[in-house]
Design a protein. Sequence first.
Length: 511
Amino acid sequence: MTGARTGNGVNRAAITVCVMIASLMQALDTTIANVALPYMQGTVSASQDQIAWVLTSYIAAAAIMTPPTGFLAARFGVKRIFLVSVAGFTVASMLCGMADSLVQIVLFRVLQGMFGAALVPLSQSVLLNIYPKERQGMAMSLWGVAVMAGPVLGPVLGGWLTYNYTWRYVFYINLPVGVLAFLGMMAFLPDSTRKPGEKLDWFGFGALSVAIGAMQILLDRGEERDWFGSGEIWIEAIIAAAAFYLFLVHTFTADHPFVKPSLFRDRNFTAGTLMISIIGLTYYASLALQPPYLQNLMNYPVVTAGLVLGPRGIGTMAAMMIVGRLVGRIDTRLLLAVGLGLTAWSFYAMTGWTPDVSQSTIVGVGVIQGIGLGFLFVPLSTVALSTLAPEQRTEGAGLFSLSRNIGSSVGISVVNALLTRNTQVNHAEIVQHVTAVNRIFSEPNIAQFWNPLTAAGRAALDAVITQQAQIIAYIDDYKLLMIATLVVIPLLTVFKSAPARGGGDHTLVVE
């Protein structure tokens, strides 16, 4: 890849554009499908907790395939892996758009996540290799803007495509983008040196992958199968526990394990990976909760829901630009405390929401939540990785991303399972107070619509009770996310101060 640095400016600019397009395509797919979920739900006849598998399958697959990216790039070459990733991601996107059942779309989303996992780390690697050291900061800033544009454009573009065409175009939109990125990389990206002797700890990687996969299936299907009242869930739990046990034993006994235990001797890295998993849990869980809340409970058109959710990404972008200048000048722990405080406050505000909440309130709280996220990602990746030895940072960055992805997929599964369970519990509790002898039904205006003595009245009454039960269930989920955010604040005391700017090589992980 070093030959790319001696190439002319046109080649370098073309490669930069192609890398940014590929990164934007992958970043878009983390949010673009969210607003279309209620429409997919109807097409494939899935419940609300089942349609969340569309999100969790993608994130879990990306989590599993992110750590081996470095090995694959070294073994087969950056250009070859980049082209395979872009082509595979594009084909998987088309298959997602053509899917006619829940099983099909989940399987194709798994493929999409597997191929897309390498796009972000490979994009960073390519840019760092084609630019001289004095211009690498500028290149990474451009790339960061492209990546952060995904959360902004995702809900808006997803809503517009779903409204004007169908939800399938949320995936079809990747075809022209993927073809453009593939052809550009084919034409301009030079071949890199390969290391045929590069090895990977396949046993450790396989055991960890099985553990993550079995755990994710358990969490996704637990509510539907009545958790440990089902033999299937017991089997998945045993497989996950056994695979994780084998992974741990192998990690501490192998000469060259997939995950080096020495990384976790650094308390900044250990605390950072734990914190990023909780932040991933809370952030992506809230992304999964809000589109159905706006569309099902507040009757927002899909375009309006996308426009209301989009400004949150603008808040994140603005905060990241500001925080990038503050890291190294202000204590990183203070920046993290501000981010956690703003995030916790946003969840607290959501616990007071009802379907009557105004659009301006939703946008305002979303922007504040986005700002809080911006105050977390950059400082946390810096403080977690800056105290590692330079030769450990690549592996540390991979584990850092793995922790965030696992937290994200677990969070989405948990909040959707709780939403389903709490809706049923709340419905049962409310129904106890709704009887035919309740005096309110003597009012003619009430009895006209909600007469418990007629079939139509009971159906209308049940719909209202279900809606109220769902509202309370959403409030319970937002309370849980607020508590999870507050719980990690004590971890700030564990961090050592990050080196001052200029004192070390900071690695930024933004996905």
